[in-house]
Design a protein around this ligand. Structure first.
Ligand SMILES: NC(=O)C1=CN([C@@H]2O[C@H](COP(=O)(O)OP(=O)(O)OC[C@H]3O[C@@H](n4cnc5c(N)ncnc54)[C@H](OP(=O)(O)O)[C@@H]3O)[C@@H](O)[C@H]2O)C=CC1
Ligand SMILES: CC(=O)C(=O)O
Ligand SMILES: [Mg+2]
Length: 760
């Protein structure tokens, strides 16, 4: 396989069309409500609603604290906006802010398992907004105000804090300040600066700018060393134009009047204003080793490329994920609220904010252990100029920040339910991580660091073309579309996709390599009844044979197909060209993610009625895939029976498979036969104290293909599980086959898994 040079700064990107499709595909928007209790029987309904519901009603009326026990309140946050300062896009109104607020709600869930809904309040009037929110306290454990412009945001937050007994936290203010302060501390350390003598300029005297100034002063910056600027220039003592009381509180005694004046010789600039506000000349005029945090979203005050072009001693951070040092409040809000909710805090105070900032700063200074190294774009980051702040996908964030926040809440007396054992709390927190999302993100990052050439066999299909464009736009490598040029171009035009650099078209009929591919096929198939002319036909007319031959002969690193042809037929095509890896068995593994748990299920693709030997082989392959995904395998050999009861022929085969694994002395945990509930439930497993699994299984080996296929499809359709796969494992070349109804995002996932060679 060709190993290309690692890309230094991968830039995942996307087209406007991709962004719109992402939001409109399936159910429009990004979240839905899922019940946590069964609603199946009359009894369930009687308990969930009238009359049973009256019992917790009375309990809460008697003791309001029990609302945390009987309702969603304790884990529920509202993200509330009026859309007056949406990112750096300005006042576009409450409705237009909804995609951002929904996005924030799902990030709460994704990163810290906080349930969250978005509320868009359609008023610019501070009093009306306050009145709309102040009565919502009973519904939520916390309120995250978002994208509300200054100065109204200060009035709104202050007043709601006074009126409500739960944390009210304007994230653009404090979230930004916490992350920026953490990054700043580390940048000061790297450049050997003393906090008390460092000169900071903050451009943007709005929500984020003012909060940053307040936090850094609370953490030790000298008030005279901090200059605030806005659209009118420096906020100096005596200025009258465009002022308000929050700016006045930080008005500096200075001769500087413009941002350019203020930046001369300054050590640090925080940009919290708009795209392009910093010029080359300003950057040039700063002190040696200047620290530039250009945090305007979606486009920074100056790009890192431009700043580095001006001088090479800059330490640079932006709000974007496609450059090093992302100062984005997603590093904070999920984890800060997690800690605050877990102690039922009445507020998020300055001590909790400082604790979060320090925990973040400390984390970046630590060595990155192996299990998290891959989260960092394939290269292990080391504390320094390009790594002053952890990345949002760092799996350590969930165990560090909430603990620091909860501890500070307890120390400052705002915790209604203190946590006695913080170490046990830390362990509980790690279970809240969605492991497969993190794992997939890591795989994407790895592939980005070593981009690959992936051939998409069905290159004339619109979904495939969209997937190929997305693959290229995300910096994952080169996409080769197999098809007739005019058809591919017409389908691309119809799909609104630009066939940009990085997408190649290969017409099997015209390719100069088709003869080599035909010869490969002939060498392999001549004793299976194929004449040379059959092989020429296969290579030049059949996209799967052509694409698989490209991979077999090293013209591509991996292949994806399956959208237009049944799985088993596509697999037959591929198997004419590629064998199993020597000593391996080809199987299908599906990743099932449901209710925060991830299990691998096998064999979901190949063996119809596996023999005992085949079942044992499937277990070995699946366990190695689990390790490749970063899990220590606990393999359950499933049947309808558990440890011999009830007896039956199929269960006997599974028992034999366990004996075979015993004889092979494999290096992973396995046991069986057992029923699925015993494999997955700690309580059910406890009935069999001799069971050799140390905990619930994370790899399920199904007794036959039908049970594997039926159960994963039922989980997907009835259980709301996310199922990725089947992923083909054990082939000598990385080739993946998607199901017939696959979407473009499934194709991209499979292309990435092929590029990562997950089955190798
Ligand atoms: N990276 C991150 O995590 C975050 C980034 N941000 C970014 O910070 C920026 C500000 O957000 P927020 O504070 O919520 O917005 P606000 O509307 O509350 O404040 C905007 C501030 O920027 C000032 N400003 C606008 N244009 C300029 C300019 N050309 N030069 C100097 N100052 C200017 C305004 O000045 P005036 O007072 O004179 O009108 C105002 O003080 C946005 O780009 C936002 O995306 C915000 C939160 C988090
Ligand atoms: C990130 C964010 O909250 C903002 O740019 O407004
Ligand atoms: Mg915001």
């Amino acid at each position: 396989m060709t190993e290309q040079k690692p890309a230094r700064r991968p830039r995942p990107s996307f087209t406007d069309q991709e962004a719109l499709s992402f939001h409109s595909q399936g159910k429009p928007g990004k979240l839905e409500v899922v019940p946590t209790k069964p609603m199946a029987t009359q009894r369930d309904l009687s308990l969930a609603y009238s009359p049973g519901v009256a019992v917790p009603v009375k309990a809460i009326a008697e003791n309001p604290a029990t609302a945390f026990d009987y309702t969603t309140r304790g884990n529920m946050v509202a993200v509330i906006s009026n859309g007056t300062a949406i990112l750096g896009l300005g006042d576009l109104g409450a409705l237009a802010s909804k995609p951002v607020m929904e996005g924030k709600a799902v990030l709460f869930k994704r990163f810290a398992d906080v349930d969250c809904i978005d509320l868009e309040v359609d008023t610019k009037d501070a009093d009306q907004f306050i009145n709309a929110v102040r009565y919502l306290g009973p519904s939520f454990g916390g309120i995250n105000l978002e994208d509300i412009k200054a100065p109204e945001c200060f009035i709104i937050e202050q007043r709601l804090k006074e009126l409500m007994d739960i944390p009210v936290f304007h994230d653009d203010q404090h979230g930004t300040a916490i992350i920026a302060a953490a990054g700043l501390f580390n940048a000061l350390k790297i450049t050997g600066r003393d906090i008390s003598s460092t000169r900071l300029v903050v451009n943007g005297a709005g929500a984020a700018g003012i909060a940053c100034v307040e936090l850094v002063k609370a953490m030790g910056f000298a008030p005279n060393n901090v200059i605030l600027c806005d659209t009118k220039g420096v906020v100096y003592q005596g200025r009258t134009e465009g002022m308000n009381q929050w700016k006045s509180a930080h008005a500096a005694i200075t001769e500087a009047r413009s941002l350019a004046d203020a930046l001369e010789g300054a050590d640090v600039i925080f940009g919290l204003s708009v795209k392009g506000a910093l010029t080359d000349a300003m950057v040039r005029s700063m002190a040696p080793n200047p620290i530039i945090f250009a945090m305007a979203n979606p486009d920074p005050e100056i790009t890192p490329d431009d700043a580095h072009a001006v001088r090479d001693d800059v330490i640079m951070a932006t709000g974007r994920s496609d450059y090093p040092n992302q100062v984005n409040n997603v590093l904070g809000f999920p984890f800060i609220f997690r800690g605050a909710l877990d102690v039922q805090a009445t507020s998020i105070n300055m001590e909790m904010k400082i604790a979060a900032a320090r925990a973040l700063a400390d984390l970046a200074q630590e060595d990155v252990p192996d299990e998290v190294a891959t989260a960092y774009q394939g290269a292990r980051p080391r504390f320094g100029r390009e790594y002053i702040i952890p990345a949002p996908f760092d799996p350590r964030l969930i165990t560090r920040i909430p603990v620091a926040v909860a501890k500070a809440a307890m120390e400052t007396g705002v915790a209604r339910r203190p946590i006695a054992d913080l170490e046990a709390y830390r362990v509980q927190l790690s279970a809240r991580r969605d492991p497969v999302a993190g794992t997939l993100a890591q795989i994407y990052n790895k592939v980005r660091a070593y981009p690959k050439r992936i051939v998409f066999a069905e290159g004339e299909e619109e979904a495939v073309i969209r997937a190929a464009a997305s693959f290229v736009n995300q910096g994952l490598g080169t996409a080769i579309l197999v098809g007739r040029e005019d058809r591919v171009q017409a389908a691309a035009a119809f799909a609104g996709v630009e066939l940009r650099e990085g997408i190649e078209i290969q017409n099997a009929r015209l390719s100069p390599r088709t003869n080599a591919y035909a010869q490969l096929l002939y060498d392999r198939l001549q004793r299976r009844g194929y004449l040379m002319r059959d092989c020429v036909r296969l290579a030049s007319l059949d996209r799967n044979h052509f694409a698989a031959a490209m991979v077999a002969l090293g013209d591509a690193d991996g292949m994806v197909t399956g959208l237009t042809r049944n799985y088993s037929i596509a697999l037959e095509d591929v198997r004419r060209v590629v064998d199993a890896k020597p000593g391996h068995r080809v199987i299908g593994v599906s990743i099932v993610v449901a209710r925060g748990r991830t299990v691998l299920v096998a064999d979901t693709a190949i063996h119809d009625m596996p023999t005992s030997e085949e079942l044992a082989g499937i277990a070995v392959e699946a366990a190695s895939v689990a390790r490749r995904f970063g899990y220590e395998p606990r393999v359950a050999m499933l049947a309808y029976s558990t440890f011999g009861h009830p007896e039956g022929e199929r269960s006997e085969r599974v028992r034999d498979a366990v004996r075979i694994l015993d004889r092979q002395h494999v290096d992973f945990e396995y046991d069986g036969e057992m029923a699925a509930d015993v494999a997955l439930s700690r309580e059910a497993m406890a009935l069999y104290p001799f069971c050799r699994l140390s905990g619930p299984a994370n790899v399920l080996i199904m007794p036959a293909f039908h049970s594997a296929s039926i159960s994963t499809k039922m989980l997907q359709e009835l259980g709301g599980a996310t199922v990725i796969g089947p992923i083909l494992v054990g082939l000598d070349k990385p080739i993946q086959i998607v199901p017939l109804a696959a979407k473009d995002s499934d194709l991209v996932n499979m292309a990435v898994l092929a590029a990562f060679n997950v089955g190798g």
